[in-house]
Structure formats: C-alpha cells, structure tokens
Design a protein around this ligand. Structure first.
Ligand code: NAD
Length: 264
C-alpha cells in the first residue's frame, strides 16, 4: 500500500517531540504539507529542521502556541486557517495521588487534553465537511479504558477524548470526513523518557530497561512486554489519515501492545 497525502495539509499538535513528532515526520514522508506545533519557537524550529533533514523537499511550517487555553488555540487557528488532517496529539500526563490533585490541576488536564481537541475540531471540521474530505485523529491512550489508579485525572481526560471523537464521527456521517481515536500503550517518547530517568538512575539501569520494568510491573497485561517506539504508534496514525482508511471512522484503534485485555 502506497500512502500518498500530497496536496493535503496536516496539523499535528504538540509535535516538536515524542509521538507527535513521529506523526508529523511520517505525514511529511507521505507527502502532506505539515504544520508543527509546540510551546516555544525554539523547539518548533528544531523540529522543523529535523524533519527537513529527514524528508528533503517537505513542505513544512510551524506555530508556537500553548494549547492549554483558548488563547493558544486561537493563535494556532489564526495562523493556520485550513487543515485537511488534524491530529489532536497534545496531552499531558504524570502520576499523582488522587487526594493531592486539586481543582486547578483537574481543570488544567481537562483544558489541555480535551478542550484543545474540541476547540481545533470546532474550527477545522466545517471546512473539511465543505470540501467533503478530512481526517481528525485524537491521540487517546489505553488509559482511557484501563483508568490508572496513579493518574485518574489523566485517564478521565483520555476517556473523554473517545466520547468527543465518537460524537464528531457521527456528526460527519455520510461525508468523506473520518474521525477516529488512536490508543497507544506505554511508548518511549521524550515525556516517558523524562518520567523514567529518575528510576533508571536509581537502579543503575538504562531507560529502556526501566521501561521494560515499568511495563512488567505497572502494565502487566502487556503482550508486547516492552515500550513501543513513537514510530510504531505513528504508523497507525498515518494509516488512519490516509485516503485508503476511508471506511474507518468512529473507531477507537489500539496500538497498545495488547495491554487492554479485550477480544475486540
Ligand atoms: P511528550 O511529553 O513526549 O511530547 C511532548 C510534546 O508535547 C512537545 O512537543 C511539547 O511541546 C508538547 N506540549 C506539551 N504541552 C503542550 C501544550 N500545552 N501545548 C502545546 N504543546 C504541548 O508526549 P508523548 O508521550 O509523545 O505523548 C503525546 C500524546 O500521546 C499525549 O496525548 C499522550 O497522552 C498520548 N499517549 C502517550 C503515551 C506514552 O506512553 N508516551 C501513551 C498513551 C498515550
């Protein structure tokens, strides 16, 4: 299968590193004009340079905007009036005891993980429907289905994303626009690397070994028994954005290494 997205503009949020960067890079390889987003111009510029080096001739642009509030989303939509493909990847996570998560932090998680995608879908979906072609992908998590006791606030926002995506898919019924969620399992992104650094140093092991320990002890149902790479996650997202994926909509697609013990 040859995925060709030339002529399409793809906006990938939070794409200066981690899973978002791998998705942006993969979409650029598939020929899409890609818009990168991160919180600072410096990280955006570095990501643009890295993709340009990897994909000669790629059509790239970048916008620094913090998507944890409406003003940041507006900065992005002002700069990028049209997108054929929207990947709502922006998301924060981290373990925290439930009893220490105050209202402000709950709100911050909801704004960053849920409202960022709501705001951008509200802006870009009408244009996709007018043109009768579009792809919206929410990067959720296996934590949407297996709510982790150590980060309940995160799990709640990831479940909420599934609800938004499912509703939007129905809203686009009968059109050439698909809306799906992709659910990664534990993935060795830059964020997870930072999360594992302390325990790896303490135990005198590599980050990869600490990752495998994490999967064995904290995600023991994993069939893969290791962290995925951002590229492995990105591959499913890129397929979901392809013209070939036209009959896949309203779906919650797992790339979780089998962590969620479910027959469907
Ligand atoms: P990461 O922390 O490695 O990625 C960081 C990126 O997010 C950077 O580009 C940073 O600039 C950007 N970012 C953070 N907050 C932002 C904000 N407010 N506005 C704009 N950009 C912002 O993240 P990751 O691990 O690659 O995760 C990406 C997505 O995948 C998230 O939605 C996460 O919930 C989901 N996910 C990750 C894993 C995993 O194990 N890594 C598993 C399941 C789901």
């Amino acid at each position: 299968m040859q995925i060709d997205l030339s002529g399409k503009t793809a906006l990938v949020t939070a794409s200066t590193s981690g899973i978002g960067f791998a998705i942006a890079n993969g979409l650029a390889r598939a020929g899409a004009a890609v818009v990168i987003n991160g919180r600072s111009q410096d990280t955006v510029d570095k990501a643009l340079a890295a993709i340009a080096a990897d994909v000669p001739g790629a059509v790239l642009s970048g916008i620094a905007a913090d998507l944890s509030d409406a003003a940041g989303a507006a900065r992005l939509t002002d700069a990028v009036p049209k997108a054929d493909i929207l990947v709502n990847n922006a998301g924060i996570y981290g373990p925290k005891p439930f009893f220490r998560i105050d209202d402000d932090e709950w709100e911050h998680y909801f704004q960053t993980n849920v409202m960022s995608g709501v705001r951008l879908s509200r802006f870009y979906l009408p244009g996709m429907l007018d043109r009768n072609w579009g792809r919206i992908v929410f990067i959720s998590s296996e934590s949407a289905l297996n709510i982790p006791a150590e980060m309940i606030h995160y799990g709640v926002t990831k479940t909420a994303q599934l609800a938004v995506a499912g509703g939007l898919a129905k809203l686009a019924a009968g059109s050439g626009v698909t809306v799906n969620s992709v659910l990664p399992g534990p993935t060795l992104s830059d964020g997870v690397r930072a999360m594992l650094k302390g325990s790896a140093e303490e135990a005198g092991i590599s980050i990869e070994e600490a990752g495998a320990d994490f999967v064995r002890t904290q995600r023991s149902t994993s069939i893969l028994q290791r962290l995925a790479t951002p590229e492995e996650v990105a591959n499913l997202v890129i397929y979901t954005c392809s013209t070939q994926a036209s009959a896949t909509t309203g779906a919650a697609l797992r790339v979780d290494g089998g962590v969620v013990n479910s027959i469907v």
